[in-house]
Write a protein that binds this ligand. Sequence first.
Ligand SMILES: [Zn+2]
Length: 294
Amino acid sequence: MKDILLRCASVDGSIRLFCCTTINIVEEARLIHNTYPVTTAALGRMLTAGSMMGTMLKSEKDQITLQINGRGPAGSIVVVSDITGDVRGYIANPYVDIPLNDIGKLDVGGVVGKNGVFTVIKDLGLKEPYIGQVPIISGEIGEDLASYFASSEQTPTAVALGVRIAQDGKVDSAGGFIVQVMPEANDHTIDLLENNVSNIKSVTDIISDRGIEGLIEIVMKDIEYTIHEKKEIKYRCNCNRDRLEKALVALGSKEIKEIIDDQGQAELICHFCNKKYQFNKEQLQEILKKIIQD
Ligand SMILES: [Zn+2]
């Protein structure tokens, strides 16, 4: 089963719904980053949010980055997506194991922490990227994202993000939805939607029992809707040698000289996919030349 993202709206256009399954995406992230169950859940919720927000972008060149850092033991979590909904991410400290929370679930809020901000960066090809930031509410991510939509984009939004981990540590269900109420929505529709959303206990149970279509039927119960887009989404990194070379250039000439003198070579590892890039002495000297010429 592939991961699927669906974009739909009520027939009158007053309700917008994005929903997706991310079982493969989160499982791939787990394998890349060696996350423990609770950090798999935290990174997985971020990846799920990032994918849906990517598909809200307007142009193929646009890029969106979500970052949460609440000074918890997991450290910063960053995910990047674009209009395709394909997504990549990393977590500063994947090796965290803490007890379940009060309701017996993986304590995502506990590993993320609450002392910090949730940041959304949209690179829309303009001179400066758009940056929106809200204080973290719970660190559970869904709630923090809803707070971002309410305060930065003035759109009432309900968010549900979930990752369920099997006994063996593998991801066995993952996905979520973002549902937004446009200003023209009437009270009756809003009441229906609020009722539908508040009745949802577990988004991962719905996905594993009834699939993505089942999830839409539950969120949009008694509201007429149309599906506008359905597509496959995946974990995808777009790193390449050029990008990593730019990272070396950014270190500056002093640092590069030190690497040449001390190690005689450099190995850079992509944060998002763990791919390794080697630079030998000659290549480092070329980079140094370029920096000095500029
Ligand atoms: Zn990469």
